[in-house]
Design a binder for this molecule. Structure first.
Ligand SMILES: [Zn+2]
Length: 184
């Protein structure tokens, strides 16, 4: 469908978005603030439930968030919602690692449940890797209906309902990613 990102296609470890053009996204991805961390520049960053960081700097007069400077202020914002543009871009958080991979499936052996709407839990990302053939990756809430192939993996966003449908003979597997510190 879109071939503008083909130059990224061959790096299996690349967690940058491959499958889904940004301009197809219709709805913001609202995420809960779960934590705060200082970045390398000494600026406060909210950690969201998807795993992405988002700056919450106090830099008056342009960014006024004096609450971020105190522990109490930060604690008071835990549980609040921010729109995560990195989720809209289907970007697996850079510090996430692959912790699980499914067996290889064919159009005959794939779990039927994958064809119905389903979703991963909070903070769990995935990548659909097609080895042979093609499948349709559908995210109804975002009006996305994308054909995945060996040079076009699909990124699974946490808590975002989706389904897949084989398009003829097929071999594929799914990788799952989460934050390293959460690894068992
Ligand atoms: Zn996010």
């Amino acid at each position: 469908m879109v071939s503008s990102k083909r130059e990224e296609e061959n790096n299996a470890c690349d967690t940058r978005p491959l499958a889904l053009p940004v301009n197809q996204n219709k709805y913001p991805m609202n995420r809960i603030i779960t934590d705060f961390k200082l970045d390398g520049q000494g600026d406060w960053t909210a950690i969201l439930s998807c795993g992405h960081p988002q700056h919450t700097r106090h830099r008056p007069p342009f960014e006024n968030r004096s609450w971020v400077l105190s522990q109490d202020g930060r604690n008071s914002k835990i549980g609040e919602i921010l729109n995560c543009v990195r989720c809209d871009d289907f970007e697996i958080p850079s510090d996430f690692v692959r912790f699980k991979v499914t067996p290889e499936f064919s159009e005959d052996t794939m779990p039927e449940g994958l064809k119905n709407n389903h979703q991963t839990g909070s903070g769990i990302w995935g990548k659909i890797v097609v080895l042979e053939g093609a499948l349709i990756y559908q995210i109804k809430s975002k009006n996305i209906n994308d054909e995945l192939s060996p040079d076009r993996p699909g990124i699974i966003v946490p808590e975002l309902s989706h389904s897949i449908e084989p398009r003829g003979p097929l071999r594929f597997f799914i990788e799952f990613y989460k934050r390293v510190a959460d690894r068992e």
